[in-house]
Design a protein around this ligand. Structure first.
Ligand code: SF4
Ligand code: FE
Length: 482
């Protein structure tokens, strides 16, 4: 049955034998590494949710390719309901893990590549679409995790890929052989790369004439020869190396970002989905980004639910939960969070069928969704910081909490509302700290700005999609201006 459990998934990643550079050391057995373990646990939840009674109906769906029951994280959307259920599923995962659970990038890449390969074949007589169907059918049947690799290093931002001092600053094809291509370059900000079985490589921008070598889309196994991984640091990450998990904040789950280098990696023809068709590359970027901008209307909202809950709980623990200004600030947090969700649902509801047969979101609303996400989590974090109080930045360490001399003082003076255990209060404060300034803020704040493209990218798309002339025409008709 193509529905792995979390444990089966972790075993399957272990069997790949991936290695990475982690804080100065070449490191193997990554799923057991304390910096990596929380991130693989988060991905494992996406598998277990397909088995848990209360979530399995949402997480299971019938494959359009194989007819089998598959995990929704590998599904090609067949309706606007599917698009909405994707967002709902992501909100649930955000609520459960309170971090980036990493599995949406491949899902969003697959839905974009599915429709673009179809249209590329129509325009150029290529054979990419059937290849991709065959490839993705296997991903669904084996219930694999696929990373989507888009962001190139980009070098001098004022120059095109072909004009860079080092042409490898955008990933490119360096050799074409009878049976495949050889690619070289790097991809930055690779969410969950080391928890993935496969990589879908995509171009990072619309390519122009003379940039055919950079217009490449293909699939590579994560353990392919020539790939090197360098682990990304997150603030307070070394707290995960300490004996106690008390100061980590989110003791079980966390995200993962990796710099990935492709040092002349061979890709056989059956895994190549775009090679030189420059007119398709911009479309692929826009569609992938559109799906991922929709995704943020689910995942960040789920994490926001946890932040709102933690803020309400700390207010109660501090004995201020009935103060009217506290209640109003929490209402403001809920309003902002549900506004992001509303955008995720709206761009799904107004989605449409592509020529290839899968469903695509409404581009304007998906971009509005993500533009809100670049701001609202920061306001939620500010309000949480306001309500939680200054202890958020001054709390003593777990070691002092357990110290025979300092410990009793800390416990005595951290007492708050009657009946509240001081350790529970510390745990809630550490969780809020994790999300607003610690390791969790990578996913909740930095990624909310830059993931799926920075705010300017959404503004460009909004200005393109909004049809300003039609709005001017409304005024002219109303006022009888010719
Ligand atoms: Fe999924 Fe959100 Fe992480 Fe992107 S940022 S992979 S949408 S959880
Ligand atoms: Fe992301």
């Amino acid at each position: 049955m193509p529905l792995k459990t979390g444990d089966e998934y972790v075993d399957s990643i272990k069997s790949l034998g991936l290695e990475a550079h982690v804080m100065g050391k070449r490191t193997g057995n990554l799923p057991e590494h304390p910096l990596v373990r929380p991130s693989i646990r988060a991905v494992a939840r996406t598998f277990d949710c397909a088995h848990d009674e209360e979530t399995k109906l949402l997480f299971r769906v019938k494959s359009s390719l194989t007819g089998e029951e598959i995990n929704r994280f590998t599904h090609l959307h067949q309706s606007t309901d599917d698009l909405m259920n994707k967002v709902r599923m992501q909100r649930v995962c955000g609520q459960m893990t309170c971090c980036c659970f990493q599995r949406c990038v491949g899902l969003d890449a697959a839905n974009a590549i599915f429709s673009v390969t179809y249209e590329c074949d129509q325009a150029h007589g290529t054979q990419y679409h059937q290849r991709f169907r065959d490839y993705w059918g296997r991903i669904q049947s084996e219930d694999l995790v696929v990373d989507g690799a888009m962001t190139d290093p980009k070098g001098d931002r004022g120059k095109r890929p072909k004009d860079q001092a080092d042409p490898d600053l955008f990933l490119r094809v360096v050799e074409r052989k009878a049976d495949g291509i050889v690619i070289r370059g790097a991809k930055f900000h690779q969410t969950g790369m080391l928890n993935s079985h496969e990589i879908l490589v995509m171009p990072t921008l619309a390519m122009r004439e003379g940039e055919e070598d950079w217009a490449v889309c293909c699939a590579v196994p994560t353990n392919a020869k020539g790939i090197h991984y360098i682990y990304g640091r997150q603030s307070s990450d070394t707290r995960k190396l300490e004996e106690s998990d008390q100061d980590v904040g989110n003791p079980c789950f966390g995200g993962q970002e990796v710099m990935t280098v492709f040092d002349d990696v061979f890709v056989p023809n059956e895994r190549v989905f775009l090679d030189g068709e420059i007119d398709q590359s911009g479309k692929l970027v826009e569609r992938f980004a559109g799906y991922h901008r929709q995704s943020y209307g689910g995942c960040k909202v789920g994490v926001g639910d946890v932040l709102i809950g933690a803020t309400a709980l700390i207010a109660r623990m501090n004995g201020v939960d009935r103060a009217s200004h506290i209640r109003d600030k929490i209402v403001e947090m809920i309003h902002l969070n549900e506004t992001m969700f509303a955008c995720g649902i709206a761009c799904s509801t107004l989605g449409h069928e592509t020529a290839a047969g899968n469903y695509e979101i409404d581009m304007l609303l998906a971009n509005v969704c993500k533009l809100n996400v670049t701001r609202f989590p920061y306001e939620l974090a500010r309000l949480a910081t306001d309500i939680a109080g200054g202890l958020l930045g001054t709390l003593p360490s777990a070691k002092d909490y357990d110290d025979p001399v300092a410990g009793p003082y800390i416990k005595k003076y951290l007492a708050a509302a009657e009946g509240v255990d001081t350790l529970d209060r510390v745990k809630v404060l550490r969780l809020i700290e994790n999300m607003t300034t610690g390791a969790g803020s990578v996913a909740y704040l930095i990624e909310s700005v830059h993931g799926a493209g920075p705010p300017m990218a959404q503004r460009i798309m909004i200005s393109r999609q909004a049809d300003l002339e039609a709005k001017i025409a409304l005024v002219k008709r109303l006022l009888n201006i010719s």
